[in-house]
Design a protein around this ligand. Structure first.
Ligand code: AMP
Ligand code: MG
Length: 496
């Protein structure tokens, strides 16, 4: 049993806590408080997430708030815990893992009635920390904070980030860095690995309890299916396929698609060595420790499927037979390509589907790959070309290539496809689908460099742009420009 933090000193943030995960019982977690950090200070906060939670934004600038959101003061109504999970890392069974540096505060009932779990990442050691220190450095915390909100701004399912605080406590990585805590928010942080954990130990009752919990609270429609657990597997398969189609369409590489980083809700989770593509290179590997390119950009769809098989394996004792499990997994093969085709059509401004559309999309991807043309700039320039935006000459698209003839040939094909289409409608769709701003590595890096000098304005500016990445934001052209040469030398690896 855990005891809700309701001592006289606990802060009342005015949030409605209900903490359903904690009701699962002690096989699922260890109850423990965060470990304080000295002299915390504010680095960044999202007013949008505060609003979602029903949190008074004044907390996010106050001294008391900095203490509370670093884990230094108990927050009334929370039941702090670290959950246990296992998983496959880089294709190998890794055994028991768990929240090694994340601490769940509990679940808030948001003003709209939705349950939102709140977690601190980097809040100290837990029984699942293994050799780790339980901390996160400022650099990786800023990246997670910004990318969570950037993905949300792009309309991609993701955990959110309420805020980041920092502390000058030294943290040993390759060099000595400083500590930070990100407060993350999601309807649930349950991962594929939570299921794998109990299945691997042949603990069928907690496995069933977890599956029933997830069905009851997050997939209620599965309850009435002939085989609710097969229905759950299928629903997760569909959400995961949709998610990865969105990643591919926006050029997002996750970097560590281990099964312990896969959300049971199909959310983008655990931002580590992620990267948005600069030049379009399908085989791009963003994780410096991914020697064999298991998680390369063009491998993500297959890895998503592989990870779902791990989940299927874990759910098999509940599903009861191979056949319905395989049938549920089989949906990936239709949902993923259909979702990707739909997203590519939207990128091209095509509302209705026609037989040649896939070839048209593949044609441009092949051309982009040939010269590693900048992915985001190409799609945004194409959108403005279709929109006939003043100041965006028609040559702007073809000039992205050295081989302009090949680009011209494709543009001619594309123009023919567009001819019967309402051009204004197409342009409108494209400008809402192809972002002007993505969190490129070098932009994050510039903000981090300034943050290391205690200037957080770069973080704030990026957040404002990335929250509405389809808006033009005049005066901020630098943030939508080609990456500088040094961008390709940024090396980012796992767990920092
Ligand atoms: P990740 O690669 O960040 O998904 O982490 C994989 C596993 O290692 C998870 O169980 C994390 O909780 C754990 N982990 C990563 N970094 C640390 C750290 N600094 N201290 C403790 N555990 C960590
Ligand atoms: Mg992880």
């Amino acid at each position: 049993m855990t005891i809700a933090a309701e001592t006289a000193t606990a802060l009342d943030l005015g949030l409605a806590w209900r903490n359903r995960f904690a009701t699962l019982g002690s096989s699922f977690y260890t109850a423990l408080p965060p470990t304080p950090l000295p002299a915390p200070y504010w680095v960044g906060h999202s007013l949008a997430v505060a609003r979602e939670l029903g949190l008074d934004p004044a907390w996010l600038t106050s001294e008391d708030g900095a203490q509370a959101f670093t884990g230094n003061t108990a927050i009334g109504g929370t039941q702090t815990l670290a959950s246990v999970y296992s998983g496959h890392q880089f294709g190998q069974w890794a055994g028991q893992l768990g929240d090694g540096r994340a601490i769940l505060l509990g679940e808030v009932v948001a003003p709209n009635g939705q349950g939102l779990e709140v977690q601190f990442k980097g809040a100290g050691r837990t029984p699942y920390s293994r050799m780790g220190d339980g901390r996160a450095v400022l650099r990786s915390s800023i990246r997670e904070f910004l990318c969570s909100e950037a993905m949300y701004g792009l309309g991609i399912a993701t955990s959110r980030a309420l805020c980041v605080t920092g502390s000058d406590a030294p943290i040993r990585r390759e060099t000595i860095e400083t500590a930070a805590v990100v407060t993350r928010v999601a309807p649930s942080f349950i991962r594929f690995g939570h299921f794998e954990h109990f299945a691997a130990r042949n603990q069928i009752e907690p496995l069933r309890q977890l599956a029933d919990f997830v069905i009851e609270h997050y997939y209620p429609a599965c309850r009435d299916a002939a085989n609710p657990y097969a229905a759950l597997l299928q629903a997760v398969t569909e959400r995961t396929a949709e998610l990865i189609a969105q990643w591919q369409a926006v050029g997002f590489c996750h970097g560590v698609m281990n099964t312990d980083n896969m959300s049971i809700l199909g959310l983008t989770l655990d931002y580590g060595p992620f990267q948005f593509l600069d030049g379009y290179d399908p085989g791009h590997i963003c994780n410096h420790s991914d020697d064999h390119g298991r998680y390369a950009y063009d491998q993500q769809p297959n890895i998503g499927n592989w990870n779902l098989f791990c989940l299927g394996q874990a759910l098999l004792p509940l599903i009861g037979a191979q056949e319905p499990a395989l049938a549920a997994l089989e949906t990936y093969k239709t949902v993923f390509p259909a979702a990707l085709a739909r997203r590519m059509r939207a990128k091209l401004g095509l509302v209705d589907a026609q037989p040649g559309d896939e070839a048209l999309a593949n044609g441009i991807l092949a051309l982009l790959a040939q010269e590693h043309v900048d992915f985001t700039i190409f799609w945004r320039t194409l959108s403005h070309w279709v929109a006939q935006t003043p100041g965006h000459p028609p040559s702007a698209v073809r000039d992205l290539w050295v081989d302009r003839d090949a680009a011209d040939a494709w543009l001619l094909q594309y123009s023919e496809r567009l001819a019967p289409v309402d051009r204004a409608q197409a342009a409108d769709l494209m400008l809402k689908t192809n972002p002007k701003f993505v969190l490129r590595n070098h932009l994050g890096e510039e903000a981090i460099r300034r943050a290391n000098q205690k200037d957080y304005s770069g973080v704030h500016t990026l957040l404002a742009l990335l929250e509405t990445p389809f808006d033009e934001h005049p005066g901020h052209e630098h943030y939508a420009d080609f990456p500088p040469d040094w961008a390709s030398s940024i090396a980012i690896s796992c767990s920092s």
